[in-house]
Design a protein around this ligand. Sequence first.
Ligand SMILES: [Zn+2]
Length: 236
Amino acid sequence: MLGNDINYKNSDDIEVAERKYLKVSIKNKYKLIILSLILLFLIPIIFFLDFKMNLNLLMKNDFSENTDGKVLGHFPYKEVPRDSLIEISPNIYVHKQMSKDLLKMQDDALKDGVYLVFLSGFRSIKLQNKIFYSLKSIRNQNAIERSRVSAPPGFSEHSTGFAIDIGDLLNRETDFEVEFENTKAFRWLIKNAAKYHFKMSFDKNQKNVDYEPWHWRYEGTIEALKIFEASNRNLR
Ligand SMILES: [Zn+2]
């Protein structure tokens, strides 16, 4: 009898204990599943928000420290697609939108006895890279010194197709030289270029870039004006 009692009590105890354990385990399982689900949803959200915050911080830094995205005094410019370019003289390509005004300007100058010669038009970012880094090393100049006379790759007006370097056919020794300002061609340009929507990009008032009397840019279309908007805003 005693043994049965004990057995009975024991088996009852065990059953109760087992039931309790089962109940708790099922509750815990549910809790665990719900918690896991919450975490599964939360982790990607937290990662995404953190990524966004970092990105915003990065972008803020970029623009607060460096307004307009300038590098060494030059504004950034995208490379124009090749199908927007046209060859106006051997190996000189310019934006189709400016070719008509540019050739008209050359023709009208000729009527005044002035011989404008085109020295350089469109330049790819790859070519600009070559110019900037090879000449810099040849001349033993550092990037800041070099950037006074040449734009870093990705920052040249020439990549837009809307920039042209002009010389005087009768004074080729002044090509790409400040002395170009003493030529008939330059004096004619100062007097007339605006009629054809051309403007000297780097005049004597520029802080970071040297005076380039031979370098002119076209602002005769909305597309061109949009491209040079940041640069023009900087002047006002
Ligand atoms: Zn130029």
